[in-house]
Design a protein around this ligand. Structure first.
Ligand SMILES: Nc1ncnc2c1ncn2[C@@H]1O[C@H](COP(=O)(O)OP(=O)(O)OP(=O)(O)O)[C@@H](O)[C@H]1O
Length: 419
């Protein structure tokens, strides 16, 4: 059973005669990443302000670890508020302060720790976020990715239980968007906090989320897993979510999970019963470590490249693909069998060697190529054959996951980026 760290029960908030939160109820589970989705002006920030103690509800109750927040007074309330941290959209670093001073700021403002202790804590976190060498630099001297890490270090310096991210990826391209989200997911595990993200960057944010909440017209109309969200039928989803650019063309040739399912059902309807079809999965092995070695941006440039090669290669043989996880794709070959698909994979591998990862190049934020070292990345595939109608896609996918093998170590020429 998951432990709720925060619970909203029938929270109502009005401004004049306008009801912004109209009986909002939901839970946030400890240690999870929850993404909140909702149209502009729908009340997401108002909800956040209740969470961090800046607003009180007109009616309804908010619980923190089972305690009614309204009953917390004085020191206890301050302690509760100290458990929350916030990462601002544009990083909001102080330009006139060094990296060290920026990160030390919350401790200097809100604690009575001695200088030595502050120094120890700041240097410890800068070590963990690979910024120790940058402690004396000013934000303007750093790349965009490094600035994000400084903002992250500052948000984490007070050892918060919950960190809020308000549209952390808005305005970023596909690779950087995914790089920032990967960083949030990894830091969450490393620093052990509960994350709440407000984001419209679908589907990318779904790959790192444990739960999704949809706020619509003052109410939570959905709360559940990203997979359940993909199945969720609501006028809001058609109207708003599917109109988002990212949802339409996340990666060239790669379907959203929902469209992939529709395509799969249609393809199998056209086939005679008992004809075979194949499910293939492709993943980059040891992706977390790859992010550490080459940087999040470069690692996600590799994911994008893999996606593009998959779609280029399998579209022409009638296949269609979706992105399943941060670094995993799934392809259905509706007119194929196991033996034939092994041959198709061989041709795919040749394509990877000839046109693929050799050419993944990434520029830094000033659009300059950094150094261009060669990395080796390991790509795995899993293959399984199913029988149309009889075997559902989830069974065949499970078989494919149990039948994984390495298809090669590929060369990748990529400048290390700082995210
Ligand atoms: N202090 C306030 N006084 C009066 N009205 C407010 C106040 N704060 C928010 N509102 C109103 O509540 C509604 C919800 O605002 P909120 O900022 O929470 O939206 P949002 O979902 O965060 O939007 P966006 O995605 O654009 O940031 C808006 O109509 C806003 O005008």
């Amino acid at each position: 059973m998951k432990t709720p760290i925060i619970e909203f029960k029938n929270v109502v908030k009005r401004f004049g005669d306008k009801t912004v939160l109209d009986g909002v109820s939901f839970t946030l589970n400890e240690g999870e990443i929850t993404t909140i989705i909702g149209k502009s002006g729908t009340g997401k920030s108002v909800m956040l302000k209740h969470l961090i103690g800046l607003m009180r509800p007109d009616s309804g109750t908010l619980f923190y670890k089972g305690r009614d927040i309204a009953t917390l007074k004085g020191k206890k309330r301050k302690k509760y508020m100290g458990q929350m941290s916030y990462m601002f959209q544009g990083n909001a670093l102080f330009d006139s302060m060094t990296v060290f001073e920026n990160v030390a700021f919350p401790l200097e403002q809100n604690t009575r720790l001695k200088k030595e202790e502050i120094k120890r804590r700041v240097m410890e976190i800068l070590e963990k976020t690979d910024l120790a060498d940058m402690a004396g630099r000013f934000p303007s001297e750093l790349s965009g990715g490094m600035q994000k890490r400084v903002a992250f270090s500052r948000a984490l310096i007070t050892d918060p239980a919950i960190v809020f991210f308000d549209e952390p990826t808005t305005g970023q391209d596909l690779i950087r968007r995914n790089a920032i989200l990967s960083m949030i997911a990894d830091y969450k595990t490393r620093f052990n906090f509960t994350a709440v993200i407000i984001s419209h960057d679908l589907p990318d944010v779904l790959f790192i989320s444990n739960r999704v909440l949809v706020l619509h017209e003052g109410k939570i109309v959905f709360q559940g897993t990203p997979d359940a969200f993909e199945e969720f039928e609501h006028p809001y989803v058609d109207e708003f979510v599917h109109s988002l650019e990212g949802f339409q063309k996340h990666m060239p040739g790669i379907y959203s999970k929902r469209n992939f399912k529709m395509r799969y059902k249609n393809a199998l309807r056209l086939k005679p019963a008992e004809a075979s079809y194949v499910v293939a999965i492709f993943s980059i092995s040891d992706f977390k470590n790859l992010c550490k070695t080459v940087g999040y941006t470069t690692a996600h440039a590799m994911v994008k490249e893999l996606g593009m090669i998959i779609s280029r290669h399998f579209d022409v043989v009638g296949g269609f693909s979706t992105r399943q996880r941060r670094s995993r794709f799934m392809t259905v070959l509706p007119f194929s069998n196991y033996k034939e698909s092994r041959e198709i994979i061989d041709a795919f591998v040749a394509d990877l060697v000839e046109n693929g990862f050799e050419y993944v190049k990434i520029q830094n934020s000033d659009n300059k190529m950094l150094d261009t070292p060669v990395y080796k990345i390991k790509v795995m595939t899993g293959l399984a054959e199913g029988v149309a109608i009889k075997d559902g896609i989830n069974d065949v996918l499970e078989k494919a996951r149990n039948n994984q093998f390495k298809i090669g170590d590929f060369q990748c020429v990529a400048g290390r980026c700082s995210l």
